[in-house]
Design a protein around this ligand. Structure first.
Ligand code: GAP
Length: 463
């Protein structure tokens, strides 16, 4: 088996096309020409996403003192005033005077090799942009004719429950974290936890991204896996280091290429943050943020205490000390993780003389664990035996496919393309000795395994 060197330039196009062709991900509202920044998940995409969220939940569950939450997407508008999102959650928008295309000024600067932090003020980014105006081209029409840079708020507004114009503006949540902060007291008051403890949550978030791009990387509707760890201020920095280590180990446990993962400390910390870094992955379009790990001090709870009037202090029963807990946050997008897993798994190679595309998913993440086929489609005795094998495996693993379409070679290619680690074929020998062939996706090698040993064979391989 010979692995071909991948051309990074059109790798994203190949992945997008495979995702559509095989039913992982479809463009949102495609029959109406598409709706930017949205994607719909097909059957294999749903399974891949579920396997990822399951591993995240398991990793969180394994950490001491973890609780879980599912908070509403809609909240009181005051939540987003308290959090600072209404006044300060924005991207630098620039509009082309010729074709009216909207772009992010920091991205256009990046295109000509100038790094502009996304957290710069409107004034600062205008200054940097003006210095290079004559070098910057509109990605839409190529003109070098732009207006001024404006801060464009990322919160998506809604009119849910708005009865008249005097009522407070309602937003779709821009992150799941705020739902955790506003429930911190509720969770503490249940009496099951004490400081330190964590609240973990998976859920949708919405952002008015100016230029959603790179497929699942930057969407307008996406899902986050966020965890907030509430701790004593004296222990917060240690917890930050523990979470950094745990989160990097999580990606290695998933089977992601460690050479494509790295920590990147934040250069400009927001005023309330004590420490922050990203875990970056080397996507085909370069190193980019996968997950953020932030030591946020007591900023969030202090803000909600101020705006809601509710006392957010924790009272230590033993020491009688009273304080607002400090928070360590880990935050990663499900969609971005799926994209990383797809990029990490995508391979083009040759088995013998035959070229193929293969998704080498770690078996625990593969949407389908194994596919079962009768060697020939027109032999009832083979079909009947293969159905028996299929039923047993399906009952055990769930993620099992029946595949009798086309010849065996075509079935293997199709299963390779969706990343199925094992293909099981029932042939005439099966009828004589109750063994089947099991083909390994990565090597193409085949073994004969006794039907009664299949369940334990597969179980051992996918752990
Ligand atoms: N609560 C902190 C927070 O939301 P963030 O850096 O804005 O921080 C955290 O987002 C993670 O959410 C990112 O590292 C990324 O994985 C994911 N994410 C953010 N914006 C996204 C978008 N527009 N599309 C897809 N994923 C996104």
């Amino acid at each position: 088996m010979k692995e071909e060197k991948l051309d990074k330039n059109n790798l994203m196009e190949k992945i997008v096309s495979l995702c559509k062709r095989r039913g992982f991900v479809f463009q949102g509202s495609e029959i109406y020409g598409g709706f930017a920044g949205t994607y719909d998940w097909g059957s294999l995409g749903v399974a891949l996403k579920r396997n990822i969220t399951d591993t995240w939940n398991k990793a969180m569950q394994d950490h001491p003192n973890m609780t879980f939450l599912d908070s509403s997407i809609f909240t009181s508008g005051k939540v987003w005033e308290a959090s600072g999102h209404v006044s300060g959650f924005s991207d630098p928008l620039i509009v082309c005077n010729k074709c009216k295309e909207k772009s992010r000024a920091d991205h256009l600067l990046e295109n000509i090799g100038i790094k502009a932090d996304e957290k710069l003020s409107e004034l600062e980014i205008n200054k940097i942009f003006n210095e290079s105006r004559n070098k910057i081209k509109c990605p839409g029409c190529g003109a070098k004719d732009f207006g001024k840079v404006h801060a464009s708020n990322l919160l998506a507004t809604s009119n849910l429950g708005m009865l008249d114009e005097n009522e407070q503006q309602v937003y779709l949540r821009g992150e799941t974290a705020q739902g955790i902060y506003i429930n911190y007291k509720n969770v503490l008051d249940t009496g099951f936890v004490s400081i330190p403890f964590g609240i973990a949550q998976i859920g949708k978030a919405f952002r008015n991204e100016i230029s959603p791009r790179q497929f699942l990387f930057r969407k307008r509707e996406f899902e986050q896996m966020e965890m907030q760890y509430f701790c004593n201020p004296n222990e917060a920095m240690d917890n930050y280091e523990i979470w950094k280590k745990e989160r990097m180990e999580y990606y290695q446990m998933l089977g992601i290429n460690p050479k494509k993962l790295r920590f990147k400390p934040h250069e400009n910390l927001v005023f309330y943050a004590k420490a922050a870094c990203d875990i970056e992955y080397e996507f085909p379009f370069g190193w980019n943020e996968l997950e953020g790990i932030h030591y946020r001090g007591d900023y969030d709870l202090t803000q909600h205490q101020k705006f809601s009037g509710v006392d957010m202090k924790f009272c230590d029963e033993e020491t009688k000390e009273k304080y607002i807990p400090h928070i360590v946050e880990t935050s990663v997008g499900v969609d971005r993780t799926v994209l990383m897993v797809l990029c990490d798994a995508y391979c083009e190679d040759k088995i013998g003389e035959s070229e193929r595309v293969v998704l080498k998913f770690p078996p625990k993440l593969a949407p389908i664990v194994c596919a079962v086929s009768p060697l020939l489609k027109n032999k009832p005795e083979l079909i009947s035996k293969a159905k028996d094998v299929f039923d047993v495996l399906k009952a055990e693993f769930g993620r099992v496919a029946w595949d009798d379409n086309g010849n065996i070679g075509k079935r293997y290619r199709r299963q390779d393309e969706i990343g199925t680690p094992y293909c099981i074929v029932v042939d005439f020998d099966t009828l004589a000795d109750n063994t089947v062939t099991v083909r390994d996706r990565d090597t193409g090698e085949q073994e004969r395994i006794k039907v009664e040993n299949l369940k334990s064979y597969i179980k051992e391989k996918i752990q």
